[in-house]
Design a protein around this ligand. Structure first.
Ligand code: SIN
Length: 313
């Protein structure tokens, strides 16, 4: 679990998500990179700031009926439904591989109630080899999936319950499907989150008018990809203004300019999601592109860019 040092000794790519230090700010988002093993022939996993595998639940879930994905203009709609083999299969089959990848491993978890989140967190801490947890309180594709992310009170209590049960760094992954995401972020921070991940997908739908049918088997789905980048940037900016904990930006990030836009808007790190589907090597290339981007920005450290947006008129 040792991360590689920044490649260029003149530059400092390291970032902190609360108690969790990462070698660089480029992470891969849950659900877009499998369990990392699938990517090992394409990507030097050690080059990444962290890997976040597909969300794990207490019991195996078979997910939603097809179709589960559909491409839209500049975006991807998905309604996977948290398909996964459950925590015990994860600990037995995926975690042993992940903990040997040489990069940070942040495990995404989702429960039907606070007790399940707590059980999952405790199980993963005792399993060892996990650097942090991302609480998925924002999946729009399962019953109750975003309840903990839309009600600040519930969100804060959930994070606090997990915080009491485990000592791992905690990230809360928030939904944009609310009126004021900053209020939910504040509740997560007050509950003890080390960082907040902003944003999960936007609720959307696709329609096949000829068949008078929704395209997705679950009717509604979550929109990701370049189409949501302006919304994600706005949410990162608002959240970063409202909380003292670091913000991890997610939403349509595919280029080094996207990365720097998010850093300047207030993100301490970013997650690459949908872009992995059409270019699994994108995250590694973004890490490699960081030194030149820092030079162009006139800074030596990634942290010197975070939140430097000037909104004065
Ligand atoms: C899904 O499995 O439906 C997507 C996961 C998520 O949006 O959190």
């Amino acid at each position: 679990m040792t991360n590689l040092p920044a490649q260029n000794s003149d530059l400092d790519l390291r970032v902190r998500l609360g108690r969790l230090e990462l070698a660089n700010p480029i992470l891969v988002a849950s659900g877009t990179f499998g369990y990392a093993r699938e990517m090992e022939h394409l990507v030097d996993l050690r080059s990444l700031g962290a890997v976040i595998p597909k969300t794990v639940t207490a019991e195996p879930r078979c997910g939603n009926p097809p179709w589960r994905t559909v491409e839209t203009a500049s975006g991807l709609l998905n309604s996977i439904g948290l398909d996964n083999d459950g925590i015990e299969a994860f600990v037995a089959h995926h975690l042993p591989y992940l903990r040997e990848t040489g990069t940070r491993v942040i495990v995404s978890i989702a429960g039907r109630n606070p007790e399940e989140y707590v059980q999952l967190a405790a199980r993963l801490e005792s399993a060892g080899g996990v650097d942090g947890l991302e609480l998925n309180v924002s999946c729009p594709n399962v019953a109750g999936g975003i309840d903990f992310g839309t009600d600040p009170d519930q969100c804060g209590k959930l994070v606090a319950a997990v915080r009491r049960a485990c000592s791992l760094p905690l990230l809360a992954k928030l939904t944009p499907n609310v009126t004021r995401i900053a209020v939910v972020a504040q509740a997560a921070a007050q509950g003890g989150a080390d960082a907040v991940s902003v944003i999960n997908t936007l609720l959307g739908m696709a329609v096949d008018w000829r068949r008078r049918r929704p395209v997705l088997g679950n009717v509604l789905g979550g929109l990701s990809g370049p189409a949501i980048k302006p919304v994600a940037l706005r949410c990162v900016y608002q959240v970063a203004q409202a909380v003292a904990v670091p913000v991890v930006g997610i939403g349509g990030i595919a280029t080094i300019d996207d990365v720097l836009e998010f850093l300047v808007a207030g993100a301490s790190a970013v997650q690459i999601g949908t872009a992995n589907y059409y270019d699994p090597t994108v995250s590694q290339r973004l890490v490699a592109a960081l030194p030149a981007a820092l030079a162009e920005a006139g800074v030596r450290r990634v942290v010197d860019l975070v939140g430097t947006l000037n909104t004065d008129n």
